[in-house]
Design a binder for this molecule. Structure first.
Ligand SMILES: *Cc1c(COP(=O)(O)O)cnc(C)c1O
Length: 373
């Protein structure tokens, strides 16, 4: 089945109790045992599993072409839980530009558990090769990266990691499985903040880890999910499943709009640089073209000017909302460095833009008037 069909049918069944086409939300936290003490269905207690969560995991597994998936209460909880499968003395290689919350997890939390991280510029696979050690267990990728929209070569890095005995986990939040399926070029796990495009309406937090194979690490991750308990509620799973049904349609519209906005910004004299992998001038456009079938709805740009000038621009937009996050219907603009506070690696003149589903002409007109002053 094609991706559009899987987005609607994977993990879906007509409700056997009512014939309902739309799945009910199973709020029950507990499930009945048979008189002999056995569980006639697979459900016991909602933290361990429930129909809405299993449906969500089945659907995302199908979209990424994996074997199994585990969902979590947020994207951060998904990544944090995967990292909890590591042991003291293990080493991780991670990108120098990545979602800032993950950097805090690595440097402040994992470091105290005896798990060290080397941060490298992954636009050049040789930097990853140089950072690999005998005790490296995991290489984290984020491509495109947040907020610089850098792109790294998944296949080249996966080959290097596997030769060194390490596994690869790729954060695919920005591209979505519509435009990139990292398991194919060799990633072992795919990570998503379903909070963003999969949910798609800025109204539900969630995260997921999809595995190429159910290996020992994945089994440990399942234990961490079920016993650790950082799980999404049934309603959150239901909302995310509904979002996924329109994912292929939405992200193509986001990407069409984003390319138009990126091209407008690129030729504007007040703009120093536009970061969008769909532009021919992006430093890794060739790699992006090879491993992606579209470039997504997120971009960032750097103004000619300082942090104050960038912040001032966010005060002049009328249609864009000044807010963090991305992947929803409303276009958002954010001065990223002030959001990332002390841990920021982001240029002070950078603004991150989540291009929404409004008409591109209206978005461009808004940026045009905001850039005029
Ligand atoms: C938002 C985001 C996360 C974290 O997800 P939450 O649901 O906010 O915890 C992780 N990775 C990337 C790339 C993100 O954009």
């Amino acid at each position: 089945m094609k991706l559009e069909t899987r987005a609607i049918h994977a993990g879906h069944a007509v409700d056997p109790a009512s014939g309902a086409i739309v799945a009910p939300v199973h709020f029950s936290t507990t499930y009945e045992r048979a008189p002999d003490g056995s569980y006639p269905l697979e459900y016991v207690y909602s933290r361990l599993g429930n129909p809405n969560r299993l449906a969500l995991e089945a659907r995302i597994t199908a979209l990424e072409g994996g074997t199994a998936a585990l969902s979590f209460a947020s994207g951060s909880a998904a990544i944090y839980s995967l990292l909890q499968t590591l042991a003291q003395g293990d080493h991780v290689v991670a990108p120098d530009v990545l979602y800032y919350g993950i950097r805090i997890i690595m440097t402040d939390i994992m470091a105290r558990q005896g798990i060290s991280t080397t941060f490298v510029d992954m636009s050049c696979p040789a930097n990853v090769a140089a950072a690999l050690r005998p005790e490296t267990r995991l290489v984290l990728l984020e491509t495109p990266s947040n907020p610089e929209l850098g792109v790294c070569d998944i296949r080249a890095i996966a080959d290097l990691a596997h030769d060194a005995g390490a596994q690869v986990a790729c954060d695919n939040t920005i591209a979505t499985p519509v435009f990139q399926q990292p398991l194919q070029p060799g990633a072992d796990y795919v990570l998503h903040a379903t909070t963003k495009y999969l949910g798609g309406h800025s109204d539900v937090l969630g995260g997921v880890v999809v595995a190429r194979e159910v290996d020992e690490r994945f089994e440990r991750l399942q234990q961490i999910q079920q016993v650790g308990g950082a799980v999404p509620s049934p309603l959150e799973c239901w909302l995310t499943l509904r979002g996924i049904e329109t994912l292929p349609l939405r992200v193509r519209a986001h990407a069409d709009n984003a390319l138009q906005v990126a091209r407008f910004l690129e030729q504007h004299p007040a703009v120093e640089r536009v970061n969008y992998p769909g532009l021919a001038g992006h430093p890794a456009h060739d790699v992006a073209r090879r491993q992606m079938s579209g470039y997504g709805g997120l971009l960032s740009f750097q103004l000619r000017g300082d942090a104050a000038a960038a912040l001032a621009l966010t005060g002049r937009v009328k249609l864009f909302r000044r807010a963090t996050s991305f992947g929803g219907t409303h276009s958002l603009i954010e001065h990223r460095a002030s959001m990332e506070k002390g841990v920021t690696m982001t240029a002070p003149n950078l603004l991150r833009v989540s291009v929404g589903l409004e008409h591109a002409d209206d978005l461009i007109a808004d940026l045009d008037q905001a850039l005029r002053d």
